[in-house]
Design a protein around this ligand. Sequence first.
Ligand SMILES: Nc1ncnc2c1ncn2[C@@H]1O[C@H](COP(=O)(O)OP(=O)(O)OP(=O)(O)O)[C@@H](O)[C@H]1O
Ligand SMILES: CC(C)(CO)[C@@H](O)C(=O)NCCC(=O)O
Ligand SMILES: [K+]
Length: 259
Amino acid sequence: MLLAIDCGNTNTVFSLWDGEKFLCTLRTSTHHARTADAYFTWYSTLINHYGIDAPITDVVISSTVPRVVWNLRVFADRFFGCRPLVVGKPECLLQHTPRVDTGTAVGPDRLANAAGAFDRHGGDVMVVDFGTATNIDVVASDGAYVGGVIAPGVNLSLEALHQGAAALPHVDISQPDKVIGTNTVECIQSGIFWGYVGLIQGLTQRVRDEYGKPMKIIGTGGLAPLFAQAETLFDTIEDDLTMYGLVVIHAYNKEQGNI
Ligand SMILES: Nc1ncnc2c1ncn2[C@@H]1O[C@H](COP(=O)(O)OP(=O)(O)OP(=O)(O)O)[C@@H](O)[C@H]1O
Ligand SMILES: CC(C)(CO)[C@@H](O)C(=O)NCCC(=O)O
Ligand SMILES: [K+]
């Protein structure tokens, strides 16, 4: 069984892949100081809860937070006796080399999104990922990641308003019925919700225009369904895309005899 770990700036997600499908998904907040033992305590409690007992033979990791990788390596080694494949490290092979400026370290979650999207849909696609950042990852016809867009994430923007303006409260994201808010909370919700709808529409249109060919748009990340409710922003929504990309990258490295 493969354990895929997607460690983002806000949340760390573990998913178990049985070779055909994900068996379960476990989510915790990202903390660089979390030890291997702490990961295992959390992991084993939930795995027991779900009644899963198949042994882990392989681990693949994407981490946008470099400091957490060491403890995850110790976790994989100590409890499963395996050396994890870490996406973005030179020893991890990619089926399609990213075409970006020399010296650019593309986020491993974006590499995984590209691999997952290409495997499922072929090329000429863009992934819109609503995580800590809201990013767009463009995948060319041959499967290569060729760049994209990084914008501040929804929750980060909400938090920045609250932090930066003394009279603005912390507000949770939701879809307001109206654009013209008649109280402070409604005004903020409108600015963020309808503002992001416009941001996604505007950016995806500009990416398409610049790319010059028809492109499929895939939404992923926790907030994609919320935004898709309001407007047709995506051709499809796949909440497991990053994880699936990790499975694809792991399978390629196996195939190549790299692990
Ligand atoms: N309706 C909602 N209101 C507020 N938060 C939501 C809602 N729906 C989903 N979320 C939040 O979205 C997040 C899931 O998004 P995702 O895992 O893509 O990104 P993230 O964990 O915030 O970022 P990263 O992957 O960069 O760590 C969860 O933290 C969840 O609490
Ligand atoms: C853009 C984020 C923060 C999205 O998780 C991550 O992919 C990252 O840290 N990327 C590094 C820079 C880049 O991808 O160009
Ligand atoms: K993510």
